[in-house]
Design a protein around this ligand. Structure first.
Ligand SMILES: [Zn+2]
Length: 322
């Protein structure tokens, strides 16, 4: 569980919270993982606020572990006699299928960058100085510990044809050393409030649809990782210029999800090829190599995988007699 503890330590800090006064009768502090006010963007307004996204290495270790646990559980529930083990370089996961003769072993590269990183919110304990400004970046949020923290789930209202946030409490972080608070809070939430899971899944499915088609006119698109720069023609507030040219993105392309980033596709295909040729053949096991991901290459399949999906890789020695 060390990977989760490591992530939890950097998941939330008491600095750099965003004060959003819209609407003015319900102001909130936000802790964002993409570079824009998560409430206003649902109304099509882009207020820049630097994100807190933890480093990809920290997120990757936790999401890789979660994906492996999820696949293990899915296979178990479907009655497959497959054991899934987390591994370390040069492979991320090993699947062992005991139902085949000889036993089949899959060595897998795992790509597990999340599609979504929903923002957190807390109620105001005091109106910050300068609250007459539209949005304020707070250097310190001194009352973080013991404050009730909410996860903000964008929710589509079909009757009103608009998005708004639904807020679910995940409890309080008692101190700096309280590293499991978010996990225990979300676990409690899943058990006690079925609405949370249902709304989250609705949000995920709609996000995936807008991500797949790059639907920039859908507000929820701007919550997907790797969504890029705000669309031209939109009014941008306090938006940050890049050092060289152009403007900052809402979420950088390097944060692209699952295995849907061209650099990751190239690296993981090479890794699979290398594992395939280096493995020693044996009659005791039937070996396979592969790439496992939470999101397939939905944007890049046609350009990168379509042409090679039927390719057979083998040593030249194996082709004798063909
Ligand atoms: Zn706002």
């Amino acid at each position: 569980m060390a990977v989760f503890s490591k992530l939890a330590k950097v998941l939330i800090r008491d600095t750099n919270w965003l004060y959003c006064p819209n609407p003015s009768d319900h102001p909130l502090y936000y802790y964002t993982y993409t570079n824009t006010c998560p409430r206003c963007v649902l109304k099509g307004e882009f207020y820049f606020h630097a994100a807190h996204k933890p480093e990809s290495g920290t997120i990757g270790a936790a999401t890789r572990r979660l994906l492996i646990l999820l696949m293990q559980e899915l296979l178990r529930r479907k009655g497959h006699k497959v054991e899934v083990r987390a591994a370390s370089e040069p492979v991320d996961a090993i699947f062992v299928d005991y139902s085949t003769t000889p036993t089949m072993v899959l060595f897998a590269e795992v790509k597990s960058a999340p599609l979504l990183t929903p923002s957190l919110a807390t109620r105001l304990q005091q109106i910050p100085i300068g609250s007459d400004l539209p949005h304020v970046n707070l250097e310190d949020h001194v009352s973080l510990y013991q404050s009730e923290i909410y996860i903000s789930v964008p929710t589509w209202h079909d009757d009103l044809k608009e998005w708004s946030g639904t807020y679910f409490s995940i409890g309080t972080r008692e101190s700096l050393n309280d590293t499991y608070w978010a996990f225990t809070g979300i676990r409690k939430l899943l058990i006690s409030d079925p609405k949370f899971f249902q709304l989250y899944i609705d949000y995920w499915i709609k996000s995936f649809a807008s991500y797949s088609t790059r639907n920039k006119s859908d507000p929820v698109f701007w919550f997907t990782n790797g969504c890029g720069q705000p669309p031209s023609g939109k009014k941008l507030k306090y938006w940050k210029q890049r050092a060289n040219t152009g403007i900052e993105s809402v979420s950088d392309g390097k944060s692209s999800v699952g295995m849907d980033r061209t650099d990751d596709i190239k690296k993981s295909v090479y890794q699979a090829l290398k594992l395939g040729v280096e493995g020693k053949r044996t009659n005791d096991y039937n070996y396979r190599v592969g790439i496992i991901s939470n999101i397939h290459a939905v944007r890049h399949f046609d350009d990168y995988f379509d042409a090679i999906q039927d390719v057979v890789w083998t040593h030249s020695d194996d082709t004798k007699g063909w």
